[in-house]
Every structure is written in C-alpha cells, then in structure tokens.
Design a protein around this ligand. Structure first.
Ligand code: ATP
Length: 301
C-alpha cells in the first residue's frame, strides 16, 4: 500500500447546476490528523462521502487504502470509523443495544476499549437513543466510530454545536487514538482553533475548490501579520504583492501576508512605510484572509 491512506485526484461532482467539488486533489498520509476546513456549502461533506464510497466520482478518482471505495465497500468501510454530520443512529435502541448491533459488523470491536470510552463519555447503557442530548449523541457516535480501532477515522464536523467540555472529550479521543496507535484521521470542521490544535495537515475548501493543502506548520510559517505605519494618512491600502488582506485607516494598517517577504519589505520602504510589528496569525486569521483574497480575485476576474 502507498504511504497515503487516502488519495484523491481531480475529483469533481455536480448536483444539478451546483458544482459541489471542482477538480479536487489531495492526499492524506498514514498517521496524519488531516483537518478539512471550509465555509458552509464548501463541499466538505461531499468530499467525505466520496471517501466513504457513498458517492461515485463523476470525474476523477478516489483511493482509500489503495482501493476504490465504491467498488469495494467491505474492503474500505470495514477499516473506517465514521461519524456522520447528522449522527444518524437507530432511534429505537438503547446504548447497550447500539453497541451490540454495531459490534456485529466489526470483528475487531474491542469491548474493553468501548467500555473505557463509555465511562469517559459518561453514557448510560440503558439510555435510549432518542433521549440523548446533542452532545451525548455525538459522544455515542464517536464511540461507535472508535471502538473497533479502525486504521482510518472519518469525522464530519465532530464537534459542531457542542459545548466546550464535550468538544474537548472528542478532541482528546482523536488525539489519543492517533498518537497512541499511529492511526489516520480525516475530519471536517469550521472551528479553526481546534483544527489548529489537533491537525498536522490542513486543506481549505472554497466553493468546491482546494484553496490550500499543506502541513499545518508550513501554513503557519508562510503567513505573517504586519502592522505598518505610513508617513501620510492613506485613503485606501495600496496594492502590494503578497498582501492578502488589510485593515486599518489613516496612517496605521494591519496586513496579513503570504510569502514574498523581501519584495513586500522593499515595496513598503518605497512607500515610506515603517513596519511597527510582526506577528504570527492564527489559522483562523489565515483562513479568513485566504477566503477574502480568493473572493476579491474572483470578483476582479
Ligand atoms: N444531494 C445533494 N443534492 C443537491 N445538492 C447538494 C447535495 N449534497 C450537497 N449539495 C450541495 O453541494 C454543495 C456542497 O455541500 P456540502 O454538504 O458538501 O458542503 P459542506 O462544506 O459540508 O457544508 P456544511 O459545512 O454546511 O455542512 C452545497 O451547495 C450543497 O447544497
């Protein structure tokens, strides 16, 4: 098997007139925690559904463990722990029945680990699924995804709408699984601070297109924030290569930049602007800057 657990090449998908995925290519290496971020409707769930084999590529290829997930569902799905965005669990069951039911599908179900997770997630065996709160539903769904110790976890918005304590449980579980056992995680999220905390790699999806896919460290070091002061008040910020976004007014402006540091410094000197401060932006600030910059470029086209 290649060292990439997931390989997606030129994947495109339309729903009617809507281009949900547009020539998406990305690879998820073995042992990585891969965070997929994007605004609502960016195509994250559609991408994950292709990885799971729930959707057939209209164009391009998807390989998971070197296999086609549509052609070989048992070969792929049996090795994936999956948490869907809608957490669709059978509503007539108790937690105990849910465990027994799910266990039947997975020969590698680990009852000791399942019990450990149940205690950690404070789930009662006799509780019925329809009475579970949103947080409990997410914990139960995550437990089912983890308890057969799959080599790949695919989690769609695992912490969406949950309170911080539950979110931390979920993230801890992800990190522990991955760090301890060298497993691979692909998850989608719009909580950028969490993506930054747990991921080694990230991809930004924007209107079905990959805007960026890179190791997290590289994303963070290749972006920087400058506070600059001009000698004269500026009615608007000048066009500068490498500047993704800017905010401010008059003499002082903050800019978020990508690469091209030397060119930018020279250009600022020519404009008689002084760099007052340099900071490292968060993933969230980078995400917002990249989205705004992409929107500006498509508006200008
Ligand atoms: N079965 C479908 N039929 C029609 N349109 C669809 C279908 N599934 C997805 N879409 C459309 O494709 C686009 C991408 O949807 P998708 O659910 O993949 O986005 P997302 O990034 O997961 O969004 P969210 O963060 O809101 O869950 C959206 O415009 C959505 O309305």
């Amino acid at each position: 098997m290649s060292e990439h657990v997931i390989e997606i090449s030129d994947l495109s998908r339309r729903f009617g007139k809507k281009q949900a995925l547009d020539n998406v290519s990305l690879s998820v290496p073995e042992g990585a925690v891969f965070g997929l971020v994007g605004e609502n409707g960016a195509g994250k769930t559609t991408l994950l559904k292709h990885v799971l084999g729930f959707l057939k590529p209209q164009q391009g290829t998807v390989r998971v463990f070197g296999l086609d997930p549509v052609a070989d569902p048992p070969g792929v799905l049996g090795r994936i722990g999956h948490l869907s965005e809608t957490r669709d669990l059978p509503t007539w069951m108790t937690i105990r029945e849910l465990f027994e039911f799910t266990r039947a599908f997975y020969p590698k179900w680990d009852p000791v680990y399942a019990e450990e997770l149940r205690m950690m997630f404070e789930l009662s065996l006799n509780q019925k699924v329809p009475t579970l709160s949103r947080g409990q539903l997410a914990r139960a769904g995550l437990l089912l995804a983890l308890a057969h110790r799959p080599p790949l976890l695919v989690l769609d918005e695992p912490s969406s709408g949950l309170d911080p304590v539950v979110r931390k449980d979920i993230l801890d579980a992800i990190i522990r699984t991955v760090v301890d056992e060298g497993r691979t995680v692909l998850f989608s999220s719009h909580l950028l601070d969490e993506v930054q905390r747990v991921s080694d790699r990230v991809a930004i999806l924007d209107q079905g297109k990959i805007l960026l896919t890179s190791p997290l460290d590289e994303v963070l070091v290749s972006h920087y924030q400058l506070t600059v002061s001009f000698q004269e008040p500026q009615p608007f910020f000048p066009e500068l290569a490498g500047a993704l976004t800017w905010s401010g007014s008059g003499r002082e402006w903050k800019i978020i930049c990508n690469g091209q540091k030397q060119e930018l410094e020279v250009a600022l000197q020519e404009l008689k602007a002084e760099i007052l401060e340099q900071n490292s932006p968060t993933l969230e600030e980078i995400f917002v800057a990249r989205m705004k910059s992409a929107a500006r470029s498509s508006f200008e086209e």
